[in-house]
Structures are given as structure tokens and as C-alpha cells.
Design a protein around this ligand. Structure first.
Ligand SMILES: [Zn+2]
Length: 373
């Protein structure tokens, strides 16, 4: 997942980012609350209430994600960022929990915090109500109580990618000792629930003439359906790479490029021809570094005739590499988290092979075709 949007702040190494799509939902929450408040309150009061509800609800969603993140950090999982977008928030971790118990606690933290917030706002509303106060502050608290409790309950639905799905998977994983099977079950539940949301969205659209909430539900359903499938594939992939060493899948007939080659030749004779995204760079038989398509893209096309590979390559000391005995699962995780298309395999200071992400995915496909995953 890409972190596109506006960086808000950093907390304990976690980058909080607002996705552009988030502004849509924020404006909608402001407007719907303004419209609802307008029946009882003045225009100024209603706008203030709409803005307060949206801002406080947005802080509530952020706190929900921070709760997940802090429990994850406590269990040694690195959380890189939190992204707020049209469907809520997403905390992004660069590793997965190692045991069902950890996953259980991390997943539970978010909904638990939402419920606590919900009861907090609810108590405030209750006190105001008993004191005979039904002003704007009470109405805002009442709405936030309902929204947070709903958020907590919705997230407890036991299907991927919702928190409840993670909780159920942790329990099944613990009971069966089989992560793939547990993931398959919660992905199927998540998928069915997503289809139900899409169906509900269509009903709303057709019968209640509610264009916005109908469409929003349909898109939420589609998003959840895709994530449910995605998490299942990720686990099956990881499982099928377990126990495989890099030496078993690295390519040994390596295509090298010379350090003095002009970039124009690199593109025309190598990148187009072999369709690899990175190449090892040699000076005679010495490995000097790696050069990638991404690096070529940083140079304007007009200069490709004049710049050489050595001008843009990553020197060998800075190149992330693998060893033949490395585990394929770890290698894949590194490639995904560091966004590398391929990595050199080095043993005793010598380049012995290259592994690309495509090699790992191909192995996974062959294994699943043969039914050995
Ligand atoms: Zn959550």
C-alpha cells in the first residue's frame, strides 16, 4: 500500500497520513451532521456542530488505529504508518504477528478503544440529559457515542479485513495450528460480508433513493472483498515459500551490464530486451553495484546518451543483498517492504545469482498448480 497524501505528524516512529479521499468522507460527515442539526439549531450552531462531530470522529478513528499500533509495537512489530482514507483508518505494519495470542491482542485493542470512547461520550451525554441540557454539546456527544459504539461493533464482525476477522483467525490459528486454513475461513466470511454490503448498498440506492450512502456501501463492499482475498493470497504465498532457500530459486545465468555503458544502451539493449528492472554492474569481473529502472527514470531522456551506468548506480556497499542459504519468505518480505524488484545473491564477496520478485511469485504459482502449498 502506498502512503500518498498529506503527512499530518509522526508519533513513536509512526507516520500519520491523510489520504486525499479522506476529504470526501470528512465533508460528508460535516454536511450530514449540519443538515441533521439544522432542524433544532441555528445555522452557525449547526455548522459548528457538523465540524465538531467530524473532527472528533476523525480523532476517534485515529485513536482506534493508534491503539492497534501501540499494542503491536509492544509486541515487537514495527508499525510504519497510519493512513486515514475514505473508509476509515489503516495501520501499516512491516511485519506480521508471530503468534495467535499477539494477533488477538493487537486486533482487540482497536474496537476496545472505540467502545471505551463510545461509553465516555455516552456518559457525558447522559449527565447532560439528566441535568436537562439538550444543547449543541449534548447532541454532539450523543452522536459521537453512537458513532464510536457502531465503529467498535462493526469492526468486531468476524471476517477479514475487519478486526473481528483477525480475532477469529487468531483463535482458530491457536486451535488448529494451521494459519492457512484459519485465514481461508475468515477470508470467506469477510468475502460474504462484503457481498452483503454491496447488496445492501444496491437496495439503498434503488429503494431508498439514497445515492450517496448506497454508493458508499457498494464501494466499501468492493474494497473489503478485495482486501479479504488479498490477505488470503499473502498468507498462502508465505506458506508456500516456507522452507525454501534462495539458492533453490536464484537465477545463475546473470545478465551483467558494464559500468561505462551509456544509459541509452542500458534501456534499449537490456531493460527492453530482458525486461528485468535491475542489473548488476561490472568493471571487468569486479561487481561494483546495481543499477535499476527507477534510477534511469531520474535522468531526463535527453541525457541518456551522455550519462553512464556508473553515474547513477547504487555502489555495492549500499546494495541490499541475499545469501544463498537465506529463507525465501524473509527475502520476499524484504523485497516488498523495501520495494525492491530484485536482489543480488552474494557469497564470499562474489555474486552467485539474482533473485527477482517474479521468481518468487512464479514458484508460488507452480506450487499451487501442483497442489503443494
Ligand atoms: Zn481496527
Amino acid at each position: 500500500m502506498q502512503l500518498k497524501g498529506i503527512p499530518l505528524f509522526r508519533l513513536a516512529g509512526i507516520e500519520v497520513i491523510i489520504d486525499y479521499s479522506w476529504f470526501i468522507i470528512f465533508s460528508l460527515v460535516v454536511y450530514t451532521n449540519f443538515a441533521a442539526a439544522r432542524e433544532q439549531f441555528t445555522v452557525t450552531q449547526s455548522w459548528t456542530m457538523g465540524l465538531s462531530v467530524a473532527t472528533l470522529f476523525f480523532i476517534s478513528v485515529l485513536l482506534h488505529e493508534l491503539a492497534h499500533s501501540f499494542v503491536a509495537l509492544k509486541h515487537g512489530i514495527r508499525v510504519t504508518g497510519i493512513r486515514l482514507f475514505i473508509f476509515g483508518g489503516l495501520a501499516q505494519a512491516s511485519s506480521e504477528p508471530e503468534s495467535g495470542r499477539h494477533e488477538f491482542l493487537i486486533a482487540l485493542a482497536g474496537p476496545a478503544l472505540s467502545l471505551i470512547l463510545g461509553f465516555g461520550f455516552g456518559s457525558f451525554y447522559g449527565v447532560m440529559f439528566l441535568a436537562g441540557n439538550s444543547g449543541p454539546a449534548a447532541a454532539v456527544a450523543g452522536y459521537l457515542a453512537a458513532a464510536n459504539i457502531l465503529l467498535g461493533i462493526f469492526n468486531m464482525i468476524p471476517g477479514f479485513p475487519l478486526d473481528g476477522g483477525r480475532i477469529l483467525r487468531a483463535i482458530l490459528w491457536d486451535r488448529w495450528g494451521d494459519l492457512t486454513r484459519a485465514t481461508r475461513v475468515v477470508s470467506q466470511i469477510g468475502n460474504s460480508f462484503a457481498l452483503f454490503l454491496i447488496f445492501l448498498g444496491i437496495l439503498l440506492f434503488v429503494f431508498a433513493q439514497s445515492l450517496l450512502s448506497g454508493l458508499w456501501l457498494v464501494f466499501l463492499g468492493l474494497f473489503m472483498k478485495q482486501s479479504a482475498l488479498g490477505s488470503y493470497h499473502a498468507v498462502v504465498m508465505r506458506e508456500s515459500l516456507t522452507g525454501v532457500q534462495i539458492r533453490q530459486l536464484m537465477k545463475e545465468n546473470i545478465v551483467f551490464v558494464d559500468w561505462l555503458m551509456p544509459l541509452a544502451d542500458l534501456v534499449n539493449d537490456y531493460i527492453y530486451k530482458y525486461q528485468f528492472t535491475s542489473f548488476p554492474v561490472l568493471n571487468r569481473s569486479d561487481l561494483l553495484g546495481m543499477v535499476s529502472l527507477e534510477q534511469v527514470k531520474t535522468v531526463p531522456k535527453e541525457l541518456w546518451m551522455f550519462k553512464q551506468v556508473r553515474d547513477i548506480m547504487t555502489p555495492i556497499e549500499q546494495v541490499p543483498y541475499l545469501k544463498p542459504a537465506d529463507d525465501a519468505t524473509d527475502a520476499f518480505k524484504r523485497m516488498v517492504s523495501e520495494d525492491l524488484g530484485s536482489m543480488p545473491v552474494i557469497e564470499g564477496g562474489k555474486l552467485v545469482g539474482v533473485v527477482s520478485r517474479r521468481d518468487l511469485i512464479d514458484l508460488f504459482k507452480i506450487k499451487s498448480d501442483l497442489g503443494i502449498s
